[in-house]
Design a binder for this molecule. Structure first.
Ligand SMILES: [Zn+2]
Ligand SMILES: [Zn+2]
Length: 240
């Protein structure tokens, strides 16, 4: 069996398993436990939005409008990173369920948050590209949570998604335990473009959580090498 057939079966199994679970354990809001939804509108509204001032490049916390110290001293390759909400409370629980508990349906309400943000703050994009997982991680998890969010958002705002061209060629250690310098080193050369499908395109990268921006910037480097005209990123959440 080819790898793509195995991945397709894995994906079908994942969605079957999730439908099966819904039948016996109906959706409950991850915030208030209300029955019927995975994340209710009241809880969604209470998640703290990322508000200015933030760094005009990396989107990180700053005291006044402009570039943060890091972006002034060692600029990123990516044009800019924007995030919708802070990675805390209910949102952290929801992302955890999406990523580690197989709750793919959570991509619906979380994708709504990204869509609403994009409608208010549109970013230039010819194509949406989710940050890829390494093939081994994708097989293990059965899906890429960034791709689920990218499909939800892009579908609603009428953008196309490219999940083929950008590839994670090297499995990387989880970034969670690493400091900023180690994160940058960890993802260096981890990505590449296969083919020239993104040549001349303005790319909007999508991911679930941004911490230092190192992963997104490493993707941007690979996208520019693949001929992309420009690269910006939108992530659902931002770690403070
Ligand atoms: Zn709720
Ligand atoms: Zn910055």
């Amino acid at each position: 069996m080819s790898v793509s057939v195995v991945e397709t079966i894995d994906l079908h199994w994942c969605s079957l398993r999730s439908h099966f679970l819904d039948l016996f354990f109906p959706p409950r809001c991850v915030g208030c436990r209300r029955v019927g939804v995975w994340l209710c509108t009241e809880c969604l509204d209470q998640i703290p939005r990322v508000e200015p001032p933030f760094c005009t490049c990396c989107g990180g916390v700053v005291i006044a409008n402009g570039l943060c110290t890091r972006c002034r001293t060692s600029p990123l390759r990516i044009e800019c990173i924007r995030s919708v909400v802070y990675f805390e409370g209910v949102l952290r629980k929801a992302v955890h369920q999406l990523k580690y508990s197989g709750r793919t349906a959570m991509a619906g309400p979380l994708g709504d948050l990204m869509t609403a943000y994009w409608m208010q703050n549109p970013m230039p994009a010819d194509v949406v590209v989710p940050v890829p997982l390494h093939a081994a991680r994708l097989r293990e998890r059965g899906y890429n949570q960034a791709a689920l969010l990218a499909r939800e958002m892009a579908g609603r705002v009428g953008l196309v998604v490219d999940e083929q061209t950008l590839i994670r060629q090297r499995a990387t250690a989880p970034q969670v335990e690493l400091n900023a310098r180690q994160r940058k080193e960890n993802v260096r050369d981890a990505f590449r473009c296969s083919g020239n499908g993104l040549a001349g395109k303005q790319v909007l990268l999508v991911d679930d959580v941004c911490t230092t921006g190192a992963t997104l910037d490493a993707c941007a480097v690979a996208l520019y090498e693949g001929g992309a005209r420009g690269v910006q990123a939108l992530t659902l959440a931002r770690a403070r």
